[in-house]
Write a protein of this length. Structure first.
Length: 384
């Protein structure tokens, strides 16, 4: 099977902060091991030289990635590679890919992977647009473009049951019949970030928590900051917050300056330490290994979180708000609705060694089926 994997890299200078790239870097070699001939079309190649590379230009903004697929380049690429399957990691690009296949005279299946949903649903079934995609009111247009992409795909892959439910509901509301196209294929865990729980020592009365998510406003960073202040004041806890972006380009700051603002606020909070892996996965592993538990983001539209999986694969229990995929995936004893409940959970993690070790083992076990080989097999089964 010849697979053309179209990968949008949002920030090629900070690859460690790009979950889509990390996904491809783990998955493409595993697909190759399983017998597929894989070409990754991307601004940067994946690390395994067995995976073919077709260089592309990174879109300068998240909106260009959705509304400017580059038809001329697509047609040329498809004619050159003659794929049997085209993977669209930007769902909104699927109609353009279908048109490019027609123009190039190539009959290939289009598999769309929903790495990101530009919407979410409340507990009462209300559809909410993701504010990250709603600059100048573009959210509705992004939603419709996403729905058009679903319609153009032959296969649609999502991370989780929550993502499947939301995608199905959004498709129905926009008049798209998914039929039997939808498949749940979670992302692989990073093989460099795996630790046997048997090697973990529980905290002795004081614990270090880590928050390793993007500091955008729409990730609920203000809500996390509120909780962080409560935890360091009322629980035997200190927090490490990851600066995943470093210095961003002026264009990205102009679109959304919230990460810089939140980082500055967190940096001046007593009991909070800012850390950076400087794009080095080994350094990142060491930072995770120095923590005792993780904290999930407060992002309503979270259909999956690779940063949560990173913590769990390292045997770190993750606490999180009872919402979306987090409520589906995280152990119910570690979910909270209020800051008071979060404080109680972290106090127990810090002081109850048996409770801590039980949840360290459960966290690790929750990622056991996310090895690249297992995920690649599910992926190939979905797109055949």
């Amino acid at each position: 099977m010849r697979v053309l994997y179209l990968l949008n890299v949002s920030n090629s200078s900070q690859l460690s902060a790009d979950s889509g790239y990390t996904f491809a870097d783990m998955l493409a070699p595993a697909l190759t091991d399983a017998g597929a001939e894989v070409t990754v079309a991307s601004p940067v190649p994946v690390g395994d030289t067995r995976v073919h590379f077709a260089p592309t230009t990174s879109p300068s903004t998240k909106y260009r990635a959705r509304f400017d697929p580059g038809m001329d380049a697509l047609v040329t690429l498809i004619r050159d590679r003659r794929p049997e399957v085209v993977v669209a990691n930007q769902i909104e690009a699927a109609p353009a890919i279908r048109a490019a296949l027609l123009e190039a005279g190539v009959d290939a299946l289009i598999a769309g992977y929903c790495h990101y949903l530009p919407f979410s649903f409340t507990d009462t079934g209300v559809l909410e647009l993701d504010p990250a995609m709603n600059g100048r009111g573009l959210g509705r247009s992004v939603l419709l473009a996403f729905a058009a992409g679903l319609a153009a795909c032959d296969r649609i892959l999502v991370h989780s049951s929550t993502a499947a439910s939301w995608t199905t509901a959004a498709a129905a509301r926009t008049g798209v019949d998914l039929g039997d196209k939808l498949h749940i294929v979670p992302a692989p865990r990073d093989v460099r970030l795996v630790r046997d729980p048997a090697d973990i020592t529980p905290p002795e009365g004081r614990a270090t928590g880590i928050y390793n998510h993007r500091l955008y406003r729409h990730y609920g960073t203000a809500r996390f900051t509120q909780l962080a202040r409560r935890l360091v004041a009322d629980a035997p806890v200190r927090l490490t917050v990851m600066d995943l972006f470093g210095t961003r380009s002026p264009e990205r700051i102009r679109l959304d300056p919230s990460p810089e603002r939140h980082l500055e606020e967190l940096a001046t909070t007593d009991g909070v330490t800012i850390a950076s892996d400087r794009g080095d996965r080994i350094r990142y592993r060491n930072i995770l290994a120095g923590a005792h538990f993780g904290i999930a983001p407060f992002r309503p539209g979270c259909p999956w979180s690779m940063s949560v999986i990173d913590c769990q694969a390292m045997g770190l229990p993750v606490i999180g708000p009872r919402t979306g995929w987090l409520a589906e995936h995280i152990d119910h004893e570690l979910l909270f609705d209020t800051d008071e409940q979060a404080v109680q959970i972290t106090e127990r993690l810090a002081t109850d060694a048996e409770f801590y070790l039980v949840h360290a083992k459960r966290a690790y076990a929750s990622t056991a089926d996310l090895t690249p080989a297992v995920v690649a097999a599910r992926y190939l089964e979905a797109i055949k």
